[in-house]
Design a protein. Sequence first.
Length: 561
Amino acid sequence: MNAAITRFVENEKNVETLFNHMNDGLMMTNTKCEIVAVNPAFERMTGFTMSEVEGQNPHILKSAQTAPDVYEKVYETVLLEGSWTGELLNKRKNGEDFWSDLTITSINDIDGECYFIAIIRDSTERKRQEEKMRELAYHDELTNLPNRLNFKESLQQAIANANRDDRKVAVLFLDVDRFKKINDSYGHDVGDELLIQIGERIQSVISDHGTVSRFGGDEFTICIGNTSDEHANVLISSLFDAFEESSFKIKEHQFFMSVSIGVSYYPEHGQDVDTLLKNADSAMYRTKEDGRNNFQVYEPAMNARTAQKLSLESALIQALKKKELEVFYQLQVDVENGKPFGVEALVRWNHPVDGVLSPAIFLTLAEEIGLLADMDEWVLNEACMQGKKWHDSGFNELIVSVNVSKDFFKRKDFIARIEKALTKSQLEPAYLCLEITEKTAILQAKDIREKLQSLKKQGIHVSLDDFGTGYSSLSQLNLFPIDTLKIDQSFVRGQASKANDAIVKFIIEMAKTLGVSVICEGVETEKQLELIRSEGCHRAQGFYFSKPVPSDDCEKMMREL
């Protein structure tokens, strides 16, 4: 022993001072494991006084939550090795459990008597902080459901159990349908509360059948261990029933929500966590593509389709930069004289491998990846520039129609972007027509009405596209400053029927009453042309007159008519 230490401990007063002023609790027992001394820190920590514990076995501190064999192993280690260091859950006098870091050492005095000295440090607060950190690390902060990390660990354990018991594991990947619209229309506070309620509803169905996690955003995952196809299908059916039975109520709002689900099974669809999740995700996206509010089980072909979609996404992002997009134009014709009065600008993608792609292939994809507004603005600028060229070459009354998506319309500086396109091209506002759909028009009525009125004051025309397919067609006509109704092609191009003829006639008559013009889309035959002409529609477009074509071909057609 160091000489300084020896001198210190030989001074009884020094030892007494150390004993009484230690922050750590100290307890000494004799060979019979009877407590013979404790210090003040021990009394504060445990609530027991020296007089209460003297002669008692240290088991007086034993927590009911600690197995008896734990204490036996501690005692054996001290006897064999001379000391033990570790962590135990003990109990205070008032019955409260507390965690303690312990070091127990056996000491023999000069007479050969054996004593045991325990140094005790209360680690309860540290354990609480560790538990809190674990909670944050393993649980979603918003819904308090297990998070991605937690879920993956649970799935890994379920796979291990299933492999041992020769059973299945089902992995469900859920996406809340049209959740983005809730966030965009009502704000993130409402969206967050909706996610909380959705998580609670999913958990109420799954209960102890599996693990429910908020995987991220509006995506949830479920792991069902030791299951079968039949059992998983019952739970999936119960999930859909739970969403259909009642709405979600948040403040004064009421929402009927649905989910799209993809399912993969261990072991047939993957042997590890990441593969099972990836395949369930692929199945979920296939469900959304096929109409949402349903579920699909993974098939190998889905991965190829997902990979193709991801490849298309990457190529589309570069398409604008690489100037692969092109504007085609479709004639709009006065049916009385057969002359074009306008053109509709329609985007096409000159894909480097697949050739010219229809917007039906890539517009939805552009919306999903947030590219649609930029694409709309590019078409607007190109169409205005081309319209001005045609005016300068003799088609000085030609109206250029451009489609405006809700993503573009919702931009705060939408008006300024329209004005910039007109200024840059020097096209007169009176020869620009912006086409919006009914579904766009009902999103934020006040905002849209104000924007349209501002555009109208500048002389820009407004057309309501796909009329008859929206949600509140008739009421909107009084709310918005519309110049033209475009009768959806489904009423003109579909199978001839008295009902379709009556709808077309009704829309034309209503438009006349309201003082707005009508364009019939989808005219492909002489018979269809005669129908709309007989009902008083003087403007039309469709394959009967022309398909969408590049600007040079469109100009050639206009000169030939």
